[in-house]
Design a protein around this ligand. Structure first.
Ligand SMILES: [Zn+2]
Ligand SMILES: [Zn+2]
Ligand SMILES: [Zn+2]
Length: 341
């Protein structure tokens, strides 16, 4: 009876706690049941509690993102053409040289904004490098150190990768999924995204200055009513009445404004609001790059005891060194950009 009980116990141990590493395919015997464990040979982390996730809405999300990006792209072209139509007759009427200089400036700003936007939106955000996995002789010791298994893609996910549910792929050094470019911002397009933000901020500043200048030039003349009846009032009453008079004159002249004037007014308001939003986003992105982090690694390190290395080198590394070179440099692979587990 005792013997059969012992036999039963031994069998239970080997059945319950024997498991297979997804990385190297080796059968592992765990002393106790562990839902998450790390393989001593290849270093891969296995999570036994994950169920196969559903991905049925993926095509709809991709379609929605692409449609939104196309609408945004058409809107951008409309703003550029509208700006040229509204501002250039005014600039050329001031001076021909002035018009030529501003045409060249517009061409440079518009082409850099459109090209960097296209690169950030339509380029793959950064696929993780292909790695061999699944069987013992192929996977060497430590080959999959801290790799996990992506159940959406059914392949290994490196510690620097993150799965994006909107794009349906794993993205290397993922920063965030940006709905405005309909794409993830990752290792392969992060610099294009930053270049787009820089270019868009400069372009909107330029548009707001030029639309204000052209609007001021074509604004109908202000007609003031006689201020003679204000004689004898106190100075504060006089200032208030003069202010009311200016507002009234602006209102009555705005009614006579042409279609060009209205477009200039719209351009000014939209460019100033875009300028504020884009500048805030650019500033936030530059702060993360300075700290050597991505937005996602910032979120995962929040509340932790990790001290990040804040360094201007991070910015130079980000802009100066191509990704392919970074991957070959072992010393730079330990940059703080690596996600905290
Ligand atoms: Zn393994
Ligand atoms: Zn994935
Ligand atoms: Zn994405």
């Amino acid at each position: 009876m005792a013997e059969s009980g012992m036999e039963h116990f031994v069998t239970t141990v080997s059945e319950d706690h024997e498991t297979t590493c997804w990385g190297c395919g080796l059968r592992l015997l765990l002393p106790t049941y562990a839902p998450v464990f790390k393989c001593g040979w290849c270093g891969a982390i296995t999570n036994q509690n994950v169920n196969k996730p559903e991905t049925k809405c993926l095509w709809w999300r991709r379609l929605r993102d692409r449609c939104f990006v196309c609408i945004l792209f058409i809107f951008m072209l409309f703003v550029i053409c509208g700006g040229i139509w509204a501002v250039y007759p005014v600039v050329f009427s001031v001076s021909y040289t002035c018009g030529i200089v501003h045409s060249i400036l517009t061409m440079i700003l518009a082409s850099t904004t459109v090209s960097t936007f296209s690169l950030a939106a339509f380029r793959c955000a950064g696929r993780p490098p292909i790695i061999l996995w699944g069987s013992y002789p192929v996977v060497g010791k430590g080959d999959l150190e801290n790799y996990t298994f992506c159940h959406y893609c059914s392949k290994p996910k490196s510690p620097r990768s993150h799965h994006c549910r909107s794009c349906g792929i794993c993205v290397l050094d993922m920063d965030h999924h940006c709905p405005f470019i309909g794409n993830c911002v990752g290792a392969a397009n992060h610099r294009h995204f930053i270049a787009f933000l820089f270019s868009a901020v400069f372009s909107t500043i330029y548009v707001s200055i030029m639309s204000a200048y052209a609007g001021w030039h074509i604004w109908p003349p202000l007609k003031y009513r006689s201020l003679g009846h204000l004689n004898g009032f106190g100075s504060s009453d006089l200032a208030l009445s003069a202010f009311k008079e200016v507002i009234f004159a602006l209102q009555s002249s705005a009614v006579q404004m042409s279609a060009r004037g209205l477009i200039l007014f719209y351009l000014f308001i939209s460019s100033v609001s875009l300028e504020i939003g884009l500048s805030a986003l650019l500033w936030q992105q530059l702060c993360y790059i300075y700290e050597g982090k991505t937005y996602l690694s910032h979120l995962s390190s929040q509340g932790g005891d990790q001290i990040d290395e804040k360094d201007c080198q991070n910015i130079f590394r980000f802009f100066g060194c191509p990704y392919s070179v970074l991957r070959c440099l072992p010393s730079l692979r330990n940059s703080p950009k690596i996600h905290k587990k």
